[in-house]
Design a protein around this ligand. Structure first.
Ligand code: ATP
Length: 262
């Protein structure tokens, strides 16, 4: 079906979705959805509430088995992959879920160590502590945050702790589900800059679901728009603005969109 020629490494999409379909009973969330994410970009994923942004991310990371379609991540087919193979691919990405999804009974440092222990059970405690501490500081938290429990942190700090855990295994790809939701504008801007800085330093590709127009303008290279059960467009904001789809116009050219662009 795919007649594309062999592409150089940096042009092979790091995520490739074709003909994706997700149905829940009678409800069709996605139909014929295609998306390519390029290596090294920060791609923003936007769409009205319930358009299936989270379901798309869950399909890509293998938490939701689509009813049809193809998904490749890092050049690997992700559908119906045996668990041991899927696990090897999973370790090459990190995920920050919307609520941080930290284990409440573990300290921040222990949370960061969970994925490292899972994949590298032979690593001894002093090295685990050192790696966790490095990731915690890299995520913009003070080193002392490592000994705190999630309940002792502010919302913004919990997001950073979740980010530290997402970075634990030196991922190539980072999935972020509404990372700035619930943060005040200054906190959100700081978090955006943190993501941008990490993306540049670590050469990450970032898949960013967001409702935050400021984030889209500040850090996204391209934006994918979900509507009508598909990705209706994926492009820079400047080019998206030229499309006359009503949702795109309302979203980017409404008062909030204009304020974010100013
Ligand atoms: N496991 C599930 N079972 C049944 N329906 C589901 C399931 N997961 C998601 N849905 C439905 O799929 C649709 C898309 O959900 P999704 O959470 O992906 O939307 P979203 O675009 O991320 O929305 P929001 O911006 O509000 O977070 C919703 O109607 C939701 O109720």
């Amino acid at each position: 079906m795919d007649s594309s020629p062999i592409l150089p490494d940096d042009e092979i999409p790091i995520i490739r979705v074709r003909g994706l379909e997700n149905r829940f009973g009678d409800q069709i969330v996605h139909q014929d959805l295609d998306l390519d994410v390029r290596r090294g970009e920060i791609i923003g994923v936007v769409g009205g509430s319930g358009t299936g942004k989270s379901v798309l991310m869950r399909s890509i990371i293998g938490l939701q088995r689509p009813t049809a379609g193809e998904i490749e991540v890092l050049g690997e087919n992700m559908i119906d992959r045996p668990e041991d193979e899927a696990k090897n691919i999973r370790r090459r990405w990190g995920i920050l879920f919307q609520n941080g999804a930290l284990f409440s009974t573990l300290t921040v440092a222990e949370n960061v160590q969970v994925p490292i222990r899972e994949y590298f059970p032979f690593i001894k405690q002093p090295l685990l502590d050192e790696i966790a501490s490095y990731k915690i500081v890299m995520s913009g938290l003070p080193e002392t945050a490592g000994s705190k429990f999630p309940s002792e942190l502010s919302g913004g700090m919990r997001k950073r702790a979740g980010l530290a855990r997402a970075l634990a295994l030196d991922p190539e790809l980072l999935f972020l589900d509404e990372p700035t939701a619930g943060l005040d504008p200054i906190g959100a801007q700081a978090f955006d800059q943190l993501i941008k800085g990490l993306q540049e330093r670590l050469d990450l590709t970032v898949f960013l679901i967001t409702h935050d127009l400021d984030s889209l303008y500040a850090i996204c290279d391209r934006v994918a728009v979900l509507a009508d059960q598909k990705v209706i467009a994926v492009d820079t904001i400047d080019r998206l603005l030229k499309l006359d789809h009503p949702w795109i116009q309302e979203y980017f050219n409404g008062p909030r969109g204009r304020a974010a662009a100013a």
